[in-house]
Design a binder for this molecule. Structure first.
Ligand code: MN
Length: 496
């Protein structure tokens, strides 16, 4: 079966013990293989689910955990207690384990066989209490983990596992993600700054700066032939504004955008970078701020943050990875301006240029307009409206003593009227629980004006991600109430 992440594996490991005899252990192994193979065959599961073994001793548990740590393709594990697996046996292995795991609290049979059930059946199918023993030691050891409860063939259980595996892949990638910054931070801006050393210690992401001149050097090596080919792709993919087309008086700017795109792409690929930042304040040698190039690179899965914002470049990449293969749209985003209509307050999300066309509701238009800041040439950009539908805005901020994730559930709307004078990509949304409380909550929690916006990644996935990283998460959704949120912020100051 073609997997969305063909190299990534989640190891399926079953806990048991020797108390029940070899026959029982054989049955446990047989059932485990059936469960693992069935999960692996599910079309919605994007990774390879690989049955490893039934572990019955502290040594075998430790050994499989150490092997998982050292296997580059293993992004996480599923543990199932088919029978009772005395949990002191798990202490050493879990102490060593550095990969995330999902505790699948299931049992082989869906129903109790009322007519035939006897003590042998009960002893073989006792995950109801075996899983509690395992849960206790994880709780006692203060280990973050996913717990999924239900029969393994249940569609909800499969989809919870699938969604968690996507996060595990993104987390595994995060452990060694390389981000390049072309130039430093936008001058004087607070929230886009942060502790890059701490970020590498907590998340694994490495963030390093290159002078924009290094990038310009690569851009200048791009050949005319490569530019011709890419401009042809633009013409096929977008509605090109009159003047930008081949032979048009501004066609040179489109060629320049293509050259910049090819140069950035080459720089990223040569350096193994999966995300990047730039800033309009440092464009020496570049005639225009990369608009179209950044939009297209995001559409291909690269993370991006504007104005030197490496934290949002990192999480845009993480969400792109989680959404891979069925992305309904994921982009760098900014809360731009409000519509305070009492009948339906909305926020207009956009950026100066850099919004990913994966969120577009129709074929984007390719246009050129002045930027208004930065003093460079007019940049080429894609202009479009975002789709309607539920989405999230996700932010990572540095509070000095720790990182905080914030996520807000929103309901996005394609703008209902034309915006003939707004030459940028945009989307409207309705903040949960409502704009008044949702924006207050975001501001109280110190969330950035930049976010990673996605129609595909859920708050449950962000929760899994925060738990894998061991960082604080503030959720703003339909249930948010400001007094409770203020208490949560105060208490978290102690917890973290
Ligand atoms: Mn910005």
């Amino acid at each position: 079966m073609n997997k969305i992440y063909p190299l990534s594996e989640v190891w399926f490991v079953t806990g048991s013990q020797h108390l029940y005899g070899e026959e029982a252990l054989k049955k446990v192994a047989e059932n485990s293989r059936i469960v693992a193979d069935s999960l692996n065959a599910e079309a919605g599961i994007p990774v390879n689910i690989v049955f490893k073994e039934v572990v019955t001793t502290p040594d075998s548990i430790d050994e499989v955990c150490l092997r998982a740590n050292n296997d580059a393709n293993c992004v996480g594990l599923i543990f199932w207690m088919h029978t009772f697996s005395p949990a002191k046996m798990w202490i050493r292995g879990l102490t060593h384990l550095h990969k995330p795991f999902c505790h699948l609290h299931t049992q082989f049979n869906q129903d109790i066989p009322w007519d035939s059930i006897d003590m042998d059946f009960m002893n073989l199918n006792q995950s109801a209490h075996g899983g509690r023993e395992f849960g206790h030691i994880c709780a006692r050891m203060r280990i973050n983990r996913k717990v999924v409860v239900g029969h393994w063939q249940d569609a909800t259980v499969v989809s919870e596992i699938a969604s968690w595996t996507r996060v595990a892949v993104a987390w595994n990638e995060f452990r060694s993600l390389k981000i390049v910054r072309f130039g430093d931070n936008m001058r004087q801006v607070a929230v886009t700054c942060g502790d890059k050393v701490e970020a590498e210690m907590v998340f694994g992401i490495s963030v390093n700066t290159h002078g924009v001149g290094d990038l310009v050097g690569v851009i200048n090596e791009i050949s005319q032939g490569e530019i011709d080919d890419l401009v042809a792709v633009y013409a096929d993919s977008y509605d090109i504004m009159p003047g930008l087309e081949l032979g048009g008086d501004r066609h040179g700017s489109l060629r320049e955008a293509a050259q910049i795109e090819l140069g950035i792409r080459k720089f990223l690929d040569q350096g193994g970078f999966s995300a990047y930042t730039d800033t309009f304040e440092d464009l020496h040698g570049l005639n225009q701020l990369p608009g179209l190039p950044t939009q297209r690179l995001m559409a291909d899965g690269y993370g991006f943050g504007a104005e030197g914002d490496w934290k949002h470049a990192a999480i845009v990449r993480a969400l792109k990875t989680m959404a891979k293969g069925n992305d309904k749209g994921t982009s760098f985003m900014e809360d731009y301006t409000y519509h305070f209509d009492p009948a339906g307050p909305l926020c207009l999300g956009s950026h100066m240029l850099e919004i990913c066309p994966s969120i577009a509701n129709a074929k984007p238009k390719c246009e050129i307009h002045p930027l208004g800041i930065g003093g460079k040439d007019d940049p080429v950009r894609l202009v479009f409206d975002g789709k309607s539908g539920p989405a999230i805005n996700f932010s990572l901020v540095d509070l000095g003593n720790r990182f905080r994730f914030l996520v807000n559930q929103v309901e996005a709307h394609t703008p209902m009227v034309d915006l003939p004078k707004l030459p940028v990509a945009r989307v409207l949304w309705d903040v949960k629980p409502d704009l008044k409380q949702g924006a207050a909550a975001w501001i109280l929690a110190g969330g950035a004006h930049h976010t990673a916006f996605s129609y595909s990644v859920s708050i449950d996935q962000i929760t899994d991600f925060a738990e894998m990283a061991g960082v604080e998460l503030i959720v703003i959704d339909e249930q948010t109430e400001l007094h409770a949120l203020k208490q949560e912020l105060r208490w978290n100051e102690s917890v973290f």
